[in-house]
Design a protein around this ligand. Structure first.
Ligand code: FES
Ligand code: CO
Length: 335
């Protein structure tokens, strides 16, 4: 079974504040994963007990170990089974009694999991911990679409005036000026793109906003918004985990360097509204697999960023589906 590069990426699975004393199940690329916390930190295992296949996430955490709900086998945070209650005490625990351990990190308020033995580096989001900046986390939003369609929608500039008319754009200012896309330090970055916005961040202060977009990895992108003559910056980072075929979970980090003493809620509510506006369109897009063959759809100059994204996925050999037979399944379904 060929697994594409998405298997080597880090996947955002949960807000750190949402993992308490009980284990939690999450899904990544069709895999069932359990998260649990002990004194040493947060851990991620395949959500499957080697004894009879029960989900460890139905169990509990005891003395720093995760205990299976079925026959109470106990696994320590390295995945080694350290207790089998039914085993007579003179018998040693079989060495095979292990859980599958995945790489797991907490970063920028989210729990990230990597299913691969050779993880790629985790993304860098310096503004999250930069002094004078404040971040609110939005989502998770559920989308019935594949991750590349979701990321591409975030990178799409010329929809702002229509899907988000009156907020992030205005249909009488729909022209998009030419901009550059360059690949620097392992990521794509655009030049500044001015867009007329009636309400760029929910504060209803309209005018021209300059966007700089960046694509950090196949499932993470960001933009920085600023206004000429002002030091205010508003950054939105989108990162998604493809949970299963056509099922994606989206987190968005909203970072600002102003109104630091004001509550986050209005910013989050504004983003909730924007995301809702995108949802129907993204879920309607066919084909479900983003076409990486550039002949397949039509492109304009203002689509330079999404063209760069498609080319990059193609170069990286990202199949864009989650399960290895997904593409095959899709190909036999007439569209
Ligand atoms: Fe987990 Fe038996 S299935 S202990
Ligand atoms: Co949108």
């Amino acid at each position: 079974m060929k697994k594409d590069r998405l298997w080597q990426e880090w996947h955002p699975v949960l807000k750190e504040t949402e993992l308490h004393e009980d284990p939690k199940q999450v899904h990544i690329l069709g895999e069932r994963v359990v998260l649990f916390r002990n004194q040493k930190g947060v851990h991620a295992f395949k959500d499957l007990c080697i004894h009879r296949g029960a989900a460890l996430s139905l169990g509990k955490v005891k003395n720093g170990n995760i205990v299976c709900p079925y026959h109470a086998w106990e696994y320590n945070d390295e995945g080694i089974c350290v207790k089998i209650p039914a085993l007579p005490c003179e018998r040693a625990i079989p060495q095979k009694a292990k859980a599958t351990v995945y790489h797991c990190q907490v970063y920028a308020g989210l729990i990230w999991v990597n299913l691969s033995e050779q993880p790629l580096p985790l993304l860098n989001y310096p503004e999250y911990s930069r002094e004078g900046y404040r971040t609110a986390i939005c989502g998770p939003y559920k989308v019935s679409a594949n991750a590349p369609r979701v990321i591409e929608n975030f990178l799409d500039i010329s929809h702002l005036m229509f899907v988000h008319g009156g907020l992030l754009g205005d249909e009488d200012h729909a022209e998009v000026q030419n901009y550059d896309v360059t690949f620097v330090d392992g990521r794509f970055i655009t030049s500044e793109i001015p867009i007329y916005q009636p309400n760029p961040d929910g504060r209803s202060v309209g005018g021209y906003t300059d966007y700089v977009y960046e694509i950090l990895n196949p499932t993470t992108a960001r933009f920085t918004k600023s206004v000429e003559g002002s030091s205010e910056e508003f950054i939105v980072l989108i990162t998604v985990v493809q949970e299963a075929d056509e099922q994606t979970k989206v987190f968005m980090l909203l970072t600002r360097n102003y109104d630091l003493d004001k509550p986050d809620e209005p910013f989050v509510e504004f983003q909730d509204l924007i995301f809702k506006q995108d949802l129907d369109v993204v879920e309607s897009q066919k084909p479900e697999l983003l076409p990486l063959d550039l002949q397949a759809e039509m492109h304009l100059k203002c689509d330079a960023l999404t063209i760069a994204y498609r080319r990059w996925l193609d170069e990286l050999g990202i199949e864009t589906g989650t399960t290895p037979n997904y593409r095959k399944k899709r190909e036999i379904v007439p569209s």
